[in-house]
Ligand binder design. Structure first.
Ligand code: AMP
Length: 377
């Protein structure tokens, strides 16, 4: 067990690391963060902010040797960097988990190989492959780069065969996958944690609405039937066990109108849909990450009250600083800002959480508070 007072290292320096650092500091740990940037969302909270390239393996080793254990908040750290950290420190989840989940093709191949339900897909390395894959899977379909994609970046929806050349060109020659378009009824996720002893906890099913491929609103609990909730949790448990995850992992899924579930993707870390756990559940996903990293018992995931989270994207800053007071007037609205300097459109700048007697009421409050920000522009 790594006791409070020790230093914990986080690779990456965004909002996920920031909220990890807040949870870790509350528990009495010190936090070191490593990324190529300065004055980062995590660095503003951490005790130590190391600024170096993830490819500088000497710097990664030096960073890892200065802390009791390392986790990450950014999954596109190279396998070599993860191995460098693992050569001198405990790294949780292991670099192997990172390696599989940072690459859609490896991830989907792993999941399909273990018998998990995934969206039908084909590997695409050329325009000809893309035509052939579209003929096999049918259209519409979604073309995605195999690596380094998030929030819909590196994705193109192909409606008809005429869209194929432009979609393939947008991948800029990168190894890609074509996925059948899933006419899902809803998008859901299960955030779960697993300890080094194999203890497993999950937060139940969150329901997620996306806008422009970016998460917009999450509610907990999702309005799904008991069998669907049980199946989703069983899939999450199976995935954490199959990957031998020690830490937090989120399974994003499509719920089909038939009631079937398909895994869309995995995030081997706390996830945007789990931010609502800070207020709505007994132990947040970030505290769970600290506990799993340090070999502490996992915390209760009990729902305190139904909750909802609305993301604040950079577009809200279009006409200058939003009127925070207008949002905070909404009863129960909790504002989280990530300390990012530049508000680019689509950039995740913060979120608002609200609780309610029902998830619908919570959603109404969170969305109203956000609307007040938009209206104040
Ligand atoms: P991803 O980055 O793969 O999570 O995709 C971002 C969002 O795009 C998802 O949450 C869905 O809303 C949408 N999307 C991605 N893949 C598909 C698919 N195969 N079928 C339908 N919608 C999709």
């Amino acid at each position: 067990m790594i006791a409070p007072g020790a230093a914990l290292g986080v690779l990456g320096s965004g909002q996920l690391g920031r909220m990890f650092a807040m949870a870790a500091r509350r528990l009495g740990y010190r936090v070191h963060t490593f990324s190529p940037e300065r004055d980062t969302p995590t660095g503003q909270i951490a005790d130590v902010e190391v600024c170096a390239s993830y490819d500088d393996l000497d710097a990664v080793r030096a960073f890892a040797s200065g802390v009791a254990a390392v986790t990450f908040e950014f999954e596109n750290v190279s396998a070599a960097a993860a191995a460098a950290a693992e050569s001198v420190a405990v790294v949780r989840p292991a670099g192997r988990v990172l390696h599989i989940t940072q690459h859609r093709l490896r991830e989907k191949t792993f999941l399909a190989g273990k018998g998990f339900p995934v969206t039908p897909f084909r590997t695409v390395g050329s325009l000809e492959d893309c035509h052939a894959a579209a003929a096999e899977l049918g259209l519409p379909a979604v073309l995605k780069t195999a690596g380094f994609g998030y929030d819909g970046k590196g994705q193109r929806v192909i409606q008809t065969a005429r869209d194929i050349p432009a979609a393939w060109a947008a991948m800029a020659g990168a190894e890609s996958i074509l996925e059948a378009f899933v006419p899902f009824e809803r998008e859901i996720s299960v955030v779960a944690a697993r300890s080094h002893t194999g203890e497993f906890v999950h937060y139940g099913v969150m329901e997620n609405r996306h806008a422009n491929h970016i998460l917009d609103v999450t509610i907990t609990p999702a309005a799904v039937s008991g069998p669907v909730a049980n199946e989703a949790a069983a899939i999450a448990r199976g995935v954490l066990e199959a990957l031998d995850v020690v830490g937090v992992l989120c399974v994003e899924m499509f719920l089909e109108s038939s009631g079937g579930l398909l895994i869309n993707e995995l995030a081997p870390r706390p996830h945007n849909s789990g931010h609502v756990t800070i207020e709505a559940h007994a132990t947040s996903q970030f505290e769970q990450q600290v506990r799993a990293l340090c070999g502490l018992p996992l915390g209760s995931t009990e729902l305190v009250r139904p909750g909802a989270m609305a993301n604040l994207l950079g577009g809200l800053w279009q006409a200058g600083e939003p009127n925070w007071a207008a949002a905070l007037e909404v009863p129960g609205a909790r504002l989280h800002l990530y300390g990012k300097g530049e508000a680019r459109p689509g950039r995740k700048m913060g979120h608002i959480t609200a609780l309610g007697a029902t998830a619908g009421e919570a959603r109404g409050r969170a969305v109203l508070a956000r609307q007040r920000l938009a209206d104040s522009q």
